[in-house]
Design a protein around this ligand. Structure first.
Ligand code: NAP
Length: 477
């Protein structure tokens, strides 16, 4: 594959490439350019010029282009979904759903942009502005760099690119090196639909290097990033050099609390559905299972039965519920963290074996002092079970982490559920479900080290634009 800079397919300026590997078969799908600083800077200069022209295109025309884009994506849905499945190990069913989700997110932002307004302010509220009319308009920030992770290469592409483009920004997209091809195909659809060449460009290469260039360029106005907390912090430090706007969706170690008055079958279904979805590689997945000691044994028994019934295998088989992880390296990292948890006193009661890029879902009984019960995020299908006795103890364990992305609570007592929702330190709390939940409209994002900013139609349009005040002073004669 090649990058797309200024509408042209190009190799890296130094000709270097790396392999895009199918984690299920181990076969190389294609080679990927290892973009250089020179490539990146060229894209940024092109974007700077193109953005100014794009901002002059009337909103209704930008909306029409996005509608055309989603129809082109839908015509190519099967091809794009197969690519997402092959390069990421995601099941074909989930890959198809994610491409459809990308279309829905683009369409939702296009619609929201049509209702996105500035404000007018009270007339004659102060003697010094008496008679003036003060109103605001929203204008784009300029050139965005959108950096996406491997786990939701379509949905997160949409949450970054759609709001930026529809409001008149230009975007340089840098997808994860493990999953570069699906996002390239989507960028091609944007260009086919009529997005100008300099407004949507696609670069590939090492994220670490792109991060360093971002800290040095003067041609980028904002960075929107989804990925790990460590990288988010590094990006923010670099962006400070040029005062780039920074939007960060970061990691999580989300609590899922099970009180003894919950519907146990629902609880187990939510536990497994949330954790095994995308082979456990979801930012807002339930990652710590905080279970009241009175039901812990029964919960664990039913959980293991449910995991045994889960269909794990070939990602391209429509019957498969859970595929492999994104790479053998990622699976080996999960294996290492399982071992570490056991070394810290955890009791592995089910699973945890690795086979290539596959990890068998693992159930581990742990104490609330284990690393995994606090800040150690495991990005795979692992169920650390932590017992508790009282409501206050459940809240304390839920909040004993520097993360705060999402959370879930299972109980049939609505007062208890509401009390928990108010006490938990997280950007989302799902009652009678896992925190692995996302609507395009909700303000999705994290407390504490889980991020800065919110994604969703109700918030992102404000974040990707800047507000200009116009004060009209006129003579009332
Ligand atoms: P990651 O290592 O931070 O990588 C994410 C993206 O950042 C990739 O495109 C990567 O490129 C790039 N990157 C890496 N180092 C960089 C640097 N120094 N400067 C700039 N970009 C850099 O994250 P990951 O491990 O793949 O993804 C999993 C993490 O993301 C988990 O912690 C998960 O919870 C979090 N996540 C959060 C959300 C959310 O919405 N809050 C959603 C999904 C995932 P390369 O691939 O080339 O290295």
């Amino acid at each position: 594959m090649q990058m797309i800079i200024n509408g042209e397919y190009v190799d890296a300026s130094n000709g270097k490439v790396f392999d895009n590997v199918n984690p299920y078969t181990g076969q190389v799908i294609c080679t990927v350019p290892s973009g250089t600083r020179e490539d990146f800077e060229r894209a940024a200069v092109v974007a700077k010029k193109a953005q100014k022209e794009w901002a002059e295109v009337p909103l209704y025309k930008r909306v029409d282009i996005i509608r055309k884009f989603t129809s082109i994506v839908r015509e190519n849905l099967e091809d794009i979904a197969r690519t997402v499945c092959e390069e990421g190990g995601k099941t074909i069913t989930d890959a198809r759903g994610e491409v459809e989700c990308l279309c829905m997110v683009f369409e939702s932002f296009a619609e929201a942009a049509r209702h996105f307004c500035g404000n007018t302010y009270p007339l004659n509220a102060e003697a010094r502005t008496q008679g003036d009319i003060i109103f605001t308009v929203r204008e784009p920030l300029g050139v965005f760099v959108a950096i996406t992770p491997f786990n939701f290469p379509m949905e997160l592409y949409a949450h970054k690119v759609a709001p930026a483009i529809v409001t008149g920004n230009a975007v340089i997209i840098k997808a994860a090196s493990d999953t570069p091809l699906g996002a390239l195909k989507v960028t091609e659809c944007l260009l086919k639909a009529g997005v100008p060449a300099g407004v949507a460009q696609y670069v590939t290469g090492s994220g670490r290097e792109v991060g360093a260039w971002l800290a040095q360029t003067k041609n980028v106005d904002a960075v929107t990033f989804t990925g790990s907390t460590a990288v988010g912090m590094e990006l923010m430090r670099g962006a400070a050099n040029n005062l780039e706007h920074v939007f960060l969706e970061l990691g999580g170690n989300d609590p899922h609390v099970f009180f003894d008055d919950c519907d146990l079958d629902l609880a187990v279904a939510e536990a497994v559905g949330g954790r095994c979805y995308n082979a456990g590689q979801t930012c807002c997945a339930n990652k710590r299972f905080i279970v009241q000691n009175t039901i812990k044994d029964e919960f664990v028994r039913k959980l293991i039965d449910a995991i045994k019934a889960y269909r794990i295998g070939d990602p391209s088989d429509p019957q498969t519920q859970m595929g492999c992880l994104v790479s053998e390296k990622a699976a080996a990292e999960v294996e290492k963290l399982i071992e570490k948890t056991v070394q810290q006193g955890g009791e592995l009661v089910y699973g945890g074996k690795r086979d290539g890029a596959f990890i068998e879902p693992a159930v581990i009984l742990v104490s609330k002092d284990a690393d995994v019960a606090k800040d150690m995020e495991i990005f795979g299908p692992v169920f650390p079970i932590i017992g508790f006795d009282t409501f206050d103890e459940a809240v304390q364990i839920a909040n004993q982490t520097s993360y705060g992305l999402a959370s879930g609570v299972m109980t049939n007592d609505i007062n208890k559920a509401m009390k928990f929702a108010m006490k938990v330190q997280a950007g989302t709390c799902v009652i009678n479900g896992s925190g692995n939940y996302r609507s395009v409209h909700q303000p999705f994002g994290g407390y504490k080290h889980s991020g800065i900013g919110r994604e969703g139609t109700t918030h992102t349009l404000s974040e990707v634009t800047q507000e200009k005040t116009v004060a009209m002073r006129y003579t009332q004669k």
